[in-house]
Design a protein around this ligand. Sequence first.
Ligand SMILES: Cc1cc2nc3c(=O)[nH]c(=O)nc-3n(C[C@H](O)[C@H](O)[C@H](O)COP(=O)(O)OP(=O)(O)OC[C@H]3O[C@@H](n4cnc5c(N)ncnc54)[C@H](O)[C@@H]3O)c2cc1C
Length: 377
Amino acid sequence: MTGQHRIVVLGAGYAGLAAARRLARTSRDTTITVVDSRAEFVERVRLHQEAAGQRIKRWELRKLLERKGAEFVQARVSGLDPVTKQVHLEELAGSPEGAGRRPSNIGEWSLAYDTLVYALGSAADRSGAPGVAEYARSVATPEDVRALPEGRVIVVGSGSTGIELAAELAESQSYSAVTLVGADEPGAWLSTRAVESIRATLTRLGVEIRSSAKVVEVLPTGVRLADDTVIEAESVVWTAGFTVPDLARSAGLAVDDHGRIRTDATLRSISHPDIYAAGDAALIAGPGDRPLRMACATAIPAGGYVARAIVARAKGDEPEPMNFRYQLQCLSLGRRDAVIQVLNADDTPGARVIRGRTGALVKELIVRGAGMTVGLR
Ligand SMILES: Cc1cc2nc3c(=O)[nH]c(=O)nc-3n(C[C@H](O)[C@H](O)[C@H](O)COP(=O)(O)OP(=O)(O)OC[C@H]3O[C@@H](n4cnc5c(N)ncnc54)[C@H](O)[C@@H]3O)c2cc1C
C-alpha cells in the first residue's frame, strides 16, 4: 500500500486510454495502472482497412502510457472481486509483468484498486448462426484480422462495419466478387440521401448487395439464407453483432442482457459505485434514454468523462451528469469515398450528408483526431 488512491483501468482501447490519459494529467495523489492483454494499441476503427490488405500502424502501449505518467501491466484480466476490490490477472506468455505483486501461485496475480474503470470493449459475437464460429472470419479485433484468400467474399451484416468492409474489399480489387448480405438495406438507419449514396458507391465499386436476406447458416463454402438459397464463396466475414466480456456479469455487477455494465448518469456501476464503466462494455443512456452506440465516438467522450467524474469526487464535488450528443455518423466507403451523416440533437439523421472525396477526407480527419485525443500522435 502506498497510501495513495489506486485507480485501475481495465482495457487500453479508446475508452481506457481516454480515461487514463486524463486521469494521469489531472488527478493528484493517485496511482494509475492500466491493464490490457495486448502490448500494442491498434486503431480498431481501421481494421476493415487491414482486412483489405492495407498496413495500419501500431503503438506500444507501455510507451504511450508511461510517458503520460500511468503504469502499464500487460496481462489478461481473468476475474474481478468487487468485495475485496481485487482484479485477478493471468500472465501472458512472454510478458514480464508481475514482479513484486505476484503471489506464490505462479502464473496468476492480483491488483488491488480503490476505484476501477472497466473499459474492456467488445469482440465479434460468433453465436449468431450455426457455422459462424467454425467457418466465418471477423474484423472486430486485431487478432481476428488476417488476409482473406483470393476469390469470392461474402460480408454478412449491413451495419456500419459490414458496409465499410465490403467497400474496402471491393476497392482493393483483390477479390473476384464481394457480396454484402443483410436483413436491411445498407445504412437503413440513416437518411434516404445517405442510403442512396451508400448503395450507389457500393454498386460502383462492384459490391453485390443482397438486402432482405437473413443468413441462417455459415457453411465451409458460403452461406445458407432463410429461403434455403446457398451463396457460395471462398470466405465469409461475419460482422453481424458484437459481444462484451463476461467478467462484469460473473463478478455480480448489474449488467444488461448483453453483459454491459449498467451505469448511472455519472457512468458509475449502479450496483458497485466504486466501479465506473466506459466504451462498448458500458450501457450508457443517451438521447431519449436510448443506449449510446458501441462506437469510438462514444468510447472517447465516455472515457474522458469518467476521468473528470473521478477527479471531481476526489475533491469532494459531485460531478455533473455526462452530457453528450452525437453530431455526425461517418462511414468510409473505400479510401476515396464516404458518407458523413449530420445528426439532429435527438440522434435522428438530419438533412445534410457529406459525400465523395470531401466525405472521405472528413472521415480520415476524424479517425486521426480520435487517435490524437487518446495520445497517439
Ligand atoms: C472495423 C471496425 C470499424 C469501426 N469503425 C468505427 C467508426 O468509424 N466510428 C466509431 O465510432 N466506431 C467504430 N468502430 C467501433 C469502435 O472501434 C469501438 O466502439 C471502440 O473501439 C470501443 O472502444 P473500447 O475502448 O470500449 O473497446 P476496445 O477498443 O475494444 O478496447 C478494449 C480493450 O480491452 C482489452 N481487453 C479486453 N478483454 C480483456 C481482458 N480480459 N484482459 C485484458 N485486456 C482485455 C482489449 O485488448 C482492448 O485493448 C469500428 C469497429 C470496427 C471493428
